[in-house]
Design a protein around this ligand. Sequence first.
Ligand code: GLA
Length: 742
Amino acid sequence: MQIFFKPEIREFHLRNDEISYIIGVLDDGRLGQLHFGAALSPGPSYRHLIGARQRGFEKGGGDFALLEYPARGTGDFRVPALEVVHADGSRVIEPVYAGHRILAGKTALSGLPSTYVEKESEASTLEVDLVDGPSGLIVTLIYSIFRDVPAIARSVRFKNSGARPIRLDCVMSALLDLPDADWEMLSYSGAWARERSEFRRALAPGIQSVYSVRGASSHQANPFVALARPDAGEVSGEILGFSLVYSGNFLAEAEVGPYRTTRVRLGIEPTTFSWLIEPGESFQSPEAILAYSPSGLGALSDAYHRLYRERLARGYWRDRPRPVLINNWEGTYFDFDEARLFGIARAANELGVELFVLDDGWFGERDDETSSLGDWRVDKRKLPGGIEGIARKIEALGMKFGIWIEPEMVSPKSELFEAKPDWAVGIPGRRRTTARNQYVLDFSNPEVIEHLYSTMVALLRSAPISYVKWDMNRNVTEAFGATLPPERQGEFFHRYILGVYELYRRITSDFPEVLFESCAGGGGRFDPGMLAYAPQAWTSDDTDAAERLGIQWSSSLCYPLSSMGAHLSATPNHQTGRITPLSTRAAVAFFGVFGYELDAAALAPAAREEISRQIVFYKQYRDLIQRGRFLRIRSPFEGDGNHCAWMCASEDRKRAVVGVYRLLNRPNPAAERFPLRGLDPALVYRVSLWPELSGGDFVRIDNEGVRGGDELMTVGISIADDPWQAASRGDFWSQLFVVSAE
Ligand code: GLA
């Protein structure tokens, strides 16, 4: 990996073994985008890729130019990277090249989560200063290229070196101009309990976008999009990935211009953002990660998984096997006391569960959703011995204890709201909207952060707490910062999320060995920003195995399995009423950070036995699952959507666990084959089934035994029941296969 600079023509080439990112200073001082994609040889100049074209306006090069950080107002009428308002009310800005630095390694962003390196040799960084002469705004474009991942980190720092204030109205973390529009845009859409459904559409002239203005990255959208060539699939075709390391309002947008160029921009959502920088002040944008794959989505996911698992997630738990947990939420909801919780913990402990998580309802007088958020002291009616009492009893079983908290919220019915009504987000003189009977606390107010910091420190010191589930169950309405002056109200949403990051940073550094799991009504803030503080997140409140296939599949486009909490829950499922076999519920939840969410004390003996075997299996393979490569084999969105298959393979290609799933059973079914990936074609493997099937079962006969890696990767696992055997399988059937090199 290296950053080359050609001083004669002022051209920068960031390059590693897989990708090149090339930009050049144009004659008028702006930066032009020359290439992002496959690695090109470092020798030649690529200046000609900008084209000699010049249409329309003299300065802006019209809507034709391929630019790096454009603004509006001088001839480029496409969506901009940067919009400002000067002290005189004018909006034109023309930042031009003023200098650059090439640095070893990669620096952290002030106040914001970002990817990092452990050794300087893992990345190189280019900082290019652009200056707008009349205003004195310095725009520093920051690029880091990683040695081992086909990805670039981009962010932008602004400094007002002029004499008058400047308001930033739009600051994209990255903008990329591409020379053609022959792409499809892949993005996520969703809602509570059905987060992150993948969605693919051909780019058309005009703007196509996904965004959030909810104060969180949201259930409805997610700060990740990819551009895929129309023929690109899982293992072939060019794909560009755009992911924003941010948890607040974001915009990811592609505009196809009049000359069929494509402009992609990614950053803080501009209509809910502005930021005033006084002379001498600075502003830092969040970080965007741009990745490239010449060979389909699989390789793009590999890049994001590796980077996010190893160089975004951090700390004590990054590489450690995550505990198998049991969470009492679906088991008890608010209806518990110490004896009931302890009964669940004891039963779970006997089954091999390692961590008990006490969910909502332990504080204030919270018997339902209508009260007590903000009053983070134990409810002695339910837990007479306090958190310490229950935590110590659970620790005495040899288990760890964890707790749920929703620090960003306050119930109208709470002591905190009574004492500090102006800490809840709202506009003086206007009605506040409740959602789930709660208000959001004003995280743009440092006093609020200070209060929650001392509250959380006191809680975590009060008892042996090894895990925290940090929830956030509603979005922001009536956005207003009570402590912000009128001209800074546009800063509210970003300041809110900076406040969240600040609290996370302080708490996680004070309690480095506590495992944090982020949550927002399930996966409403399931994004790379959160991953920098909490190495795992609650993927969705939907625990139905059939639904989870789609949610986990789609989430895995960008996010590693080590980040996805996945729990086995009771049937009929609480979100769908569906009944699925216990084995299938495990076979789905295994592909993530595994746990249970049910009343373990109420399990029938046969279920208890099966669950103990599940836990033994997961512990045996969790390292492979949490840290191996995840490969998507058959999409639940493909064809009639009746099958799904995926696998985890070790980096050395010697071990793998494969999951094959069928939703509805059919009489006299057609045969299905699932060619595997991530193995070594030259090795010989033993394939075994988990759970085992009877000796006469065709799935066993056809698959168990010794197979070549070449065969497994071309023919693969085959499912070919005869009508009689198919009749015995039922719906929501699944089978796991363990593949180990001989
Ligand atoms: C959210 C979470 C759930 C649970 C409840 C408790 O919905 O996603 O897992 O913690 O809150 O109120």
